[in-house]
Design a protein around this ligand. Structure first.
Ligand code: ADP
Ligand code: ZN
Ligand code: ZN
Length: 736
């Protein structure tokens, strides 16, 4: 059943801004219809490339003689379902990113497009049905141990748990008929669900009135799009609300997607999901192995009903029957991808839910100003949880004015005294400082020399444990000089990081269990789990850390939260800095007083009169956000305007400058006052790893105006010349 010439649109895995037209040949090899999502090989220039069918049409704008034919079909079934194809295509247009590269980036984590899509299997060893004597004679100690272990594991013993010697023994036992080998389809190995002593089984929580009315309001309409902003103070029990609603959706035979900023940091939540939903709960994030992610990919593509807990990339899983999306901590920066395909998983989730006619919940104690504005405008439903669930109460806040004070490792005497008081009463303490490393910089007081990473033009941070200077932008390291390389003078350290704070507090409070939580720590294997476990069991009395402390932890023994530097971000050039500061302070403060005992929050500041700090006081995010929204409205910043950043990167700052200047000049006559262009200007961090970063900031009153301006740029300027690389960041999260 061949048909006349068909033109197919292919999203080729190359930096082209639009899908390309090809001919679907009338050959025996192309009997198959060009379905959406089918992978094909096509000629591209003098080479060939892989791409995905994203559409077809009767006529191309190009003359037929100019079109080339598809070379080969790579799959018998589409790599992506049609609805997902359309979604990715729309996303790539919205973010003005080449569609082929967008497809490539969402496919890569789950299935390598270059490899065949074979299902992975795993080997499991178990005991055969026992007949007669179960204990044969003449077995070595390790063989016996292995048999015992296989027998005591109800699901059998996973071969991945065995070392090479163990595997050899298992094969020997198989030959003697004592062990049975089974090959199972690899499913994701469940994250060991640490039973949480602080909570009963999740089924036993009975929801309070506020939680119940939130659940009722949301499950009322589950067959239609509806975006709900669940605005619940820290500890108000949002998780229980998600779980209850998820249960309803799963019972109705539809899947649930729960997006989280960082899964590794909240094993508690994952564990709770797995307790509640058993093997219907699947975990998907970039730290899982390729085959674990592929197993999740395959599972959701099959007919089953699942609750997937994942980070931003999970939004692109090929769900068959998705019934609900939840975006927890919707304000979090990690939902926005910061390079390549710069999408916001939160914003796209809302679009996907609308397309699928399903409800979506955006949850946070500190909603983004965008979501608040949407709620105020009636586009989102605004549900509030105003009180802490369970035993917790709202913590008491106080300020410590550190102007002119002598500080010990960053702590004022008053702060140390309050810490001592809490330790005496067996309270746990979180100490928050958003700067890792030992000292912020190393410098020479005599001549002013500062240890600097030249390619990034930014000071090195001193790390004591590694005994190195490390650049936090590019990761390069250097050994620590003994004296000033310029004048030979003695060097001094300036500014505390978490590492130094830990040393100081350890000296000050000997015998107290101390731990640290920052990126330097969690990259060490197994360390994160043991740090969190230490806090839970109470072995750790004081936990020092960066913003990782602020992320969703539910520790019940914490009675004091100390913020070492509440001013970081108070006076920044980035228009979002104040919003981020407020969110972090409220979130980290929200870790205090979640148990029986009341909590206290201490902020060290040099600006005790600052009105923003005052609004935050007592944990009132709403007042704070209202003031910020009003400021944004007056200044014409988002959510009251739309922004895009055009970024030019080059080793040659002048070249980048010239390109941006030209673009601005070409664009300006066509602007018609619908688009403002600021710059070119250096980015907030203008240099990284030897490449300069300059940018134009585009601002428009509406999305349509902004899109028009951006596509105008992309049509006229090659994104990559030899020297300058251009990229667009639509709805940038920061002006970095
Ligand atoms: P949030 O995510 O809103 O900060 P959590 O979901 O972590 O809050 O819940 C905070 C604590 O309150 C948890 O320890 C949880 O078990 C408990 N909790 C939640 N709902 C209830 C309830 N209805 N009754 C008693 N405890 C609850
Ligand atoms: Zn010097
Ligand atoms: Zn560097």
């Amino acid at each position: 059943m061949s048909s006349p010439i068909r033109i197919v649109e292919i999203a080729v895995f190359c930096p082209n801004v639009e899908p390309l037209d090809y001919i679907w040949p009338d050959d025996p090899g192309f009997r198959q219809a060009p379905i959406h999502g089918l992978r094909v090989r096509v000629p591209l220039g003098s080479r060939s490339a892989i791409g995905l069918v994203v559409g077809w049409k009767a006529k191309s704008l190009l003359p037929v003689q100019k079109l080339k034919a598809v070379l080969e079909i790579l799959d018998s079934t589409p790599a992506l379902p049609e609805t997902l194809c359309a979604f990715v295509l729309w996303s790539s247009r919205y973010y003005q990113y080449p569609p082929g590269l967008a497809f490539q980036s969402i496919l890569t984590p789950a299935l390598d497009p270059k490899r065949s899509r074979k299902m992975r299997v795993r080997t499991v060893w178990s005991l055969p049905e026992s007949k007669g004597d179960p204990r044969p004679k003449r077995l070595g100690a390790s063989s016996c141990a292995l048999l015992m272990e296989a027998g005591s594991n109800p699901g059998g013993l996973d071969e991945r748990a065995l070392d090479p010697a163990g595997r050899r023994i298992a094969r020997r036992l198989e030959r003697r008929g004592l062990l049975l080998r089974r090959e199972l389809l690899a499913d994701p190995a469940p994250t060991p669900a640490a039973p949480d002593p602080g909570h009963g089984s999740p089924d036993r929580i009975s929801l309070n009135a506020e939680q119940q009315s939130a659940v009722h309001a949301i499950v009322e309409t589950t067959r239609d799009f509806q975006c709900t902003l669940l605005d619940g103070v820290t500890g108000s029990g949002k998780t229980a609300v998600y779980l209850e609603i998820a249960r309803t959706i799963l019972d109705a035979g539809r899947s649930v997607l729960l997006l989280l900023p960082e899964i590794a940091l909240t094993p508690q939540l994952t564990a709770r999901m797995q307790e509640t939903f058993g093997n219907r709960a699947l975990v998907y994030h970039s730290e899982r192995s390729r085959y674990e992610r592929q197993a999740v990919w395959n599972a959701v593509q099959s007919d089953g009903v699942h609750c997937v807990i994942g980070t931003r990339s999970a939004l692109f899983l090929p769900f068959v029957t998705l019934g609900l999306i939840v975006v927890d901590e919707e304000h979090d920066a990690s939902f926005k991808q910061q390079d390549g395909f710069r999408y916001s998983a939160r914003d796209l989730a809302v679009y996907r839910a609308r397309e699928l006619h399903i409800p979506i919940i955006l949850g946070s104690a500190t909603p983004s100003l965008e979501s608040l504005a949407n709620a105020k405008a009636g586009r989102y439903r605004h549900l509030k949880l105003t009180a802490r669930a369970g035993a917790g109460r709202t913590p008491r806040w106080s300020l410590v004015d550190i102007r002119g004070q002598r500080l010990t490792g960053g702590c004022a005497d008053e702060t140390l005294a309050v810490m001592a008081r809490h330790l005496e009463r067996q309270g746990q303490i979180l100490v928050y400082l958003n700067r890792r490393g030992y000292a912020r910089s190393l410098l020479c007081p005599d001549c002013g020399w500062i240890a600097t990473c030249e390619p990034c033009a930014s000071p090195f941070t001193l790390h004591q444990r590694e005994r190195r200077l490390l650049c936090h932008r590019c990761g390069q390291g250097r050994s620590i000089p003994d004296s000033c390389p310029d004048c030979g003078g003695a060097l001094i350290q300036r500014g505390s990081g978490t590492e130094r704070l830990e040393t100081t507090l350890a000296e000050r409070f000997p015998g107290v269990g101390l731990a640290r939580l920052d990126r330097d720590v969690i990259f060490r294997r197994g360390k994160l789990a043991s740090v969190l476990e230490g806090v839970r069991t109470g072995a750790t009395q004081m936990l020092i850390g960066t913003q990782m402390l602020a992320k969703g932890h539910d520790f019940h023994g914490v009675t004091l939260v100390v913020v070492i530097d509440a001013d970081q971000g108070l006076y920044s050039a980035d228009f979002r800095a104040a919003e981020h500061l407020g969110q972090q302070l409220i979130q980290v403060a929200g870790r205090a007083g979640r148990g029986e005992r009341p909590g206290e929050v201490l902020l060290q500041t040099r600006h005790p009169e600052n009105p923003l700090l005052h609004d935050l006081f007592g944990g009132s995010y709403a007042t704070f956000a209202t003031r910020l929204l009003e400021e944004r409205r007056q200044a014409g910043w988002p959510p009251y305007a739309k922004l895009a950043l055009l970024i030019a990167e080059s080793a040659d700052a002048d070249a980048a400058w010239t390109v941006l200047k030209t673009i601005k000049r070409d664009l300006e006559p066509a602007l018609d006052n619908r688009l403002e262009i600021f710059g070119p200007a250096p980015a907030l961090h203008p240099k990284q790893a030897g490449r300069w970063r300059l940018q134009l900031l585009l601002r428009a009153p509406t999305r349509a105006d902004l899109q028009a301006g951006c596509s105008c740029i992309l049509k006229q300027h090659k994104p990559r010349t030899k020297r300058v690389r251009l990229s667009l960041d639509i709805d940038p999260y920061s002006l970095n």
